[in-house]
Write a new protein. Structure first.
Length: 647
């Protein structure tokens, strides 16, 4: 398309013929279409922000039936730590299917590749359905392409030949099932396909409710188990299916369907994966394609060039974008330099090499990423550093989040990402906001007996830029409820977590706050019990019996708005007059945000002894303990509701 459009801009005409082996879809209501193709490319179909920018630049508006999902958040998960990153408002990520598969799709015509081919045909390309099995030069040194349409064998003589077959057939080519690789190596002396790595891709049917609750999300799982070593696996929920891609040392040598099925089963049975995809699921298809990890020996000769995966690809990410980049570099070369070997070496090859050079930085990026997310301690430190950064820095200054976003979305070069990773400010953020806080919080968790076994950590801190507006909402609510605001607001804390459940279920579980069977908020030294009234009923009183006893106090539920708000007031004790609010906010189908707001003044006390004790307590009050306890409790509450783990 680039070639045709750019040629037209410069007043030139090019006859472009595309030979594609995928057959036309045999669907009666699509008879008018030129390019609705069957099959699949064994690709997860994630369109990175940079790829979406390209589509915009080329005015290629994807029709609704092609878009499988609009990604709103990415969650990076390693060793039970979950870091969710919202897709920045100015960026766009989509998912698509590349062909008509998986079988059983109700919208088989919505295919990204078919859409692009249609556009190319509209721009003037000729599309032939056929399998190219051999290439070579004619007597006049022009490329010859031999292809099989199924009905007959044909040959085209061209001025220039572009090979864009991807690598999914390289294994077959190597096994001499096709002459294509051998004949290509004769045409391009020194051509060898790039090095590859095995992957597994599968399409799952999951319960409707699970799929609805996952809409807009993408997960990157960095860790499997000691006997299923994984890295950078992805889970992409789409309209009817969930696409899962597995990569890692545990996948590299898997061969054959039976083994593949067995590995997918083991993946789905991993405890942290079961929490995301609780099942029952049905495997619609599974495949063992290859991912490119290297670069072709040479990718050009006179009047011929290799593009896309068969030349090289971005490591682990964004292969569609890098395939586009190689094709753009080639189109520019052909239009501005020439079709001979020297022109291609001068203008096209550097584009390919730039991708493979950047992959060297990518290797270090992924190594550091993998080590961090597969080590319990390091993943904890990073998780904590991100938590701290989120609460203390505004978006442009959140370096760690930018790094994770760029790695997961493919939105920056690996060289840039590595520079960010190794920058002294990043190391400082990890050391102070991560390591120091982790040590402190770890000791607090030991003190309060908070256990994380089989419990996912989620970042519950509120983004700094959202804190102000949310706080105003809570203050208005306190004023509407007729409660006075604590004068100084010595302590003011806010936490939030996403829970995949409807508001009424969360509300009901919050109603058990003072019950023995609540399943969350059970720190050592604090016994919480409803001593008056009914769950979630205004006027009910919850007693916090704390050791030491002078820290005990009572909370009264002042306002209860069905499935929305619970506003408690502290009746006595060191935080007398303080307020605790639970807020449930719908976030879409079957999903809610649960926020907690706490504010209180540290009391001055009444008698001389209590005044003295409380003044010392005020100086020493470890406000972070609140963060530690509520972070654990919110993660417990989420787990308890989503996975019915409450006892
Ligand atoms: C498991 C997996 C998941 C991936 N997920 C993503 C992702 O989410 N996002 C992303 O950006 N990248 C992803 N990639 C990478 C991406 O799929 C590739 O980088 C990209 O598809 C390369 O494009 P290509 O045009 O070179 O090859 P392909 O997409 O493989 O296209 C090659 C085309 O050539 C046709 N063809 C092949 N041989 C012949 C022949 N002999 N005659 C005629 N036609 C032929 C094929 O039918 C096919 O249509 C993934 C890769 C794998 C393995």
């Amino acid at each position: 398309m680039n070639l045709l459009r750019k040629a037209r801009e410069t007043g030139r005409t090019i006859d472009l013929v595309i030979i594609e082996r995928k057959r036309h879809l045999n669907i009666s209501d699509t008879a008018g279409s030129t390019a609705l193709l069957d099959g699949c490319n064994c690709c997860a179909g994630g369109l990175s922000p940079r790829m979406c920018d390209i589509l915009d630049d080329m005015q290629l508006d994807l029709p609704e039936e092609v878009i499988q999902s609009r990604v709103t958040s990415i969650t990076v998960q390693g060793h039970w730590k979950n870091v969710e990153i919202a897709v920045p408002p100015e960026r766009r990520m989509l998912s698509v299917f590349r062909g008509s598969k998986p079988a059983g799709r109700s919208d088989r015509t919505g295919s990204f590749d078919a859409f692009l081919l249609e556009k190319a045909v509209k721009d003037g390309a000729v599309l032939i359905t056929g399998d190219v099995h051999e290439v070579g030069y004619s007597d006049t040194a022009r490329p010859l392409v031999h292809y099989d349409t199924g009905a007959e064998k044909k040959t085209i003589e061209a001025d220039f030949l572009v090979i864009a077959t991807g690598v999914s057939h390289v294994a077959a080519m190597r096994n001499h099932e096709s002459d294509l690789l051998g004949s290509l190596q004769v045409m391009i002396p020194g051509f060898t396909p790039p090095s590859l790595r095995g992957a597994i891709i599968c399409e799952l049917r999951v319960p409707e409710q699970t799929l609805a609750q996952m809409q807009g999300e993408v997960y990157f799982i960095q860790y499997g188990s000691a006997d299923l070593r994984l890295e950078m696996c992805s889970i992409i929920p789409k309209t009817e299916f969930v696409t899962v891609v597995l990569i890692g040392p545990g996948i590299d040598r898997i061969e054959g369907h039976v083994e593949r099925f067995e590995v997918v089963d083991r993946f789905l049975a991993l405890p942290h994966v079961r929490k995301l995809l609780p099942g029952p699921h049905r495997l619609s298809c599974t495949c063992g394609p290859h991912m490119v990890t290297g670069v072709a020996g040479t990718a050009f000769a006179d009047r011929v060039a290799v593009i896309g995966d068969l030349a090289t690809s971005r490591l682990n990410k964004d292969g569609i974008y890098s395939a586009y980049e190689t094709s753009r570099a080639l189109a520019n070369t052909l239009l501005t330099q020439g079709t001979d070997r020297l022109s291609l070496r001068r203008a096209y090859w550097p584009g390919v090499k730039a991708i493979s050079r950047d992959n060297l930085f990518g290797r270090v990026v992924f190594l550091l990423h993998r080590i961090t997310f597969s080590t319990p301690f390091l993943s904890r430190v990073l998780y904590q550093a991100i938590f701290t950064e989120r609460k203390t820095k505004t978006s442009p200054h959140r370096r760690l989040e930018r790094i994770l976003w760029s790695i997961a979305s493919g939105d920056a070069s690996y060289r840039y990402i590595l520079r960010l990773m190794l920058h002294p400010s990043t190391i400082w953020s990890i050391a102070i906001g991560g390591l120091m806080v982790t040590i402190r919080n770890y000791l607090a968790e030991l003190l309060f007996g908070l256990k994380w076994r089989n419990l996912g950590r989620h970042t519950t801190g509120v983004y700094r830029e959202q804190f102000g507006s949310k706080r105003r909402q809570f203050i208005n609510l306190i004023l509407q409820t007729g409660l006075g605001l604590p004068k100084r607001r010595d302590i003011e804390k806010m936490y939030t977590i996403k829970i995949k459940a409807p508001g009424d279920i969360i509300f009901e579980r919050l109603g058990r706050f003072g019950n023995e069977d609540r399943g969350y908020f059970r720190p050592r030294f604090v016994d919480v019990r409803r001593v008056r009234g009914e769950p979630n009923r205004e006027g009910s009183i919850i007693r916090y019996s704390v050791t030491p006893g002078f820290l005990s106090f009572n909370l009264m539920l002042e306002r209860s708005t069905e499935h929305q708000h619970l506003v408690y007031r502290v009746l006595d004790g060191f935080a007398q007059g303080g307020v605790l609010i639970f807020e449930i906010e719908p976030l879409g189908k079957g999903k809610c945000g649960l926020s907690i707001y706490v504010t209180f003044d540290l009391s001055n006390g009444t008698g001389p002894l209590s005044r003295f004790t409380l003044s010392i307590f005020r100086v020493l009050f470890p406000a972070f303990l609140h963060d530690v306890v509520w972070n654990h409790s919110l993660c417990q509450l989420k787990d308890c509701i989503e996975n019915q783990t409450c006892s």
